[in-house]
Design a protein around this ligand. Structure first.
Ligand code: CNA
Length: 239
């Protein structure tokens, strides 16, 4: 791990871009691993259930799945990967975490500059009066959660068929443009447009990939580590 530590030591603008694999060591299943949600059997595929159309037309069924499979992250704790990234931010070396995750664990670990490309289960809002509700309200309600005004509550997560928030994308792109070390970790890089953002890195930005399985970006990365992101990041010495 000497090479990794040298790399971190000489970088002054580190950006981390991650996905569901960052949180598997906190007990939250990802989508595409063998024990991930895509390999479990449901009446509909997860990408159908987690789509805008499905939410609008079969809201109760959406919430059955969402409470069961997506809100389990409310009980999860940050792991070694989240904690090390927060520590690196405190030293001033790491400038931003860009995540496709919706579990809020980077902030729970202490990270401040976090771009949540796909929103967060911790935020929910009334589709009628736009009042925000916490995740506890959604979790403990039955059927379709409603606001006191009678409106339906929607999680502030980006469902399939929905666009990403412009301010979040712009902030993430800006951070990637400035990076001298871009660490990509725990993501299959299969979900767009999020995965496409890494193309905005500078020509001389060092690209480090830490992922258990191969990705489409392995061949153009400067360094590839196929291992547990928690273990690898935990081995990083913070000066
Ligand atoms: P994915 O497509 O499921 O890929 C996860 C990747 O992480 C795979 O390539 C795995 O090999 C790898 N991986 C799994 N565990 C580890 C580990 N411990 N160390 C290193 N690598 C590991 O997930 P993506 O994030 O690429 O796809 C984006 C989707 C997943 C986003 O829309 C997320 O909202 C969605 N998602 C989020 C969560 C969460 O918030 N925790 C959970 C499940 C899915």
């Amino acid at each position: 791990m000497t090479r990794l530590n040298d790399l971190i030591a000489k970088s002054n603008n580190i950006v981390f871009f991650g996905g569901a694999g960052v949180s598997t060591e906190s007990g939250i299943p990802d989508f595409r691993s063998t024990d991930g949600l895509y390999n479990q059997k449901y009446k509909f595929p997860p990408e159908t259930i987690l789509s805008h159309d499905f939410f609008m037309t079969q809201t109760e069924e959406f919430y059955d799945f969402y409470r069961d499979k997506m809100l389990c992250c409310l009980d999860a704790k940050p792991n070694k990967a989240h904690l090390k990234l927060a520590e690196l931010e405190r030293t001033g070396k790491l400038k931003a975490v860009i995540t496709q995750n919706i579990d809020g664990l980077h902030q729970a670990a202490g990270s401040k500059n976090v771009y949540e490309l796909h929103g967060s289960v911790l935020r929910n809002y009334c589709m009628k009066c736009h009042k925000f509700e916490n995740a506890g309200h959604v979790r403990h309600s039955r059927g379709v959660p409603h606001c006191s005004c009678g409106g339906i509550i929607k999680p502030d997560v980006v469902l399939y068929q929905e666009g990403l928030d412009d301010t979040t994308i712009n902030g993430a792109v800006e951070a990637i443009r400035e990076a001298d070390l871009l660490i990509i970790g725990g993501t299959s890089l299969g979900v767009y447009p999020a995965a496409g953002l890494i193309r905005y890195r500078k020509k001389d930005c060092f690209l480090l990939l830490i992922n258990k399985s191969e990705t489409s970006v392995d061949s153009c990365a400067d360094m590839v580590i196929h291992d547990s992101i928690g273990e690898i990041l935990d081995s990083v010495k913070v000066e």
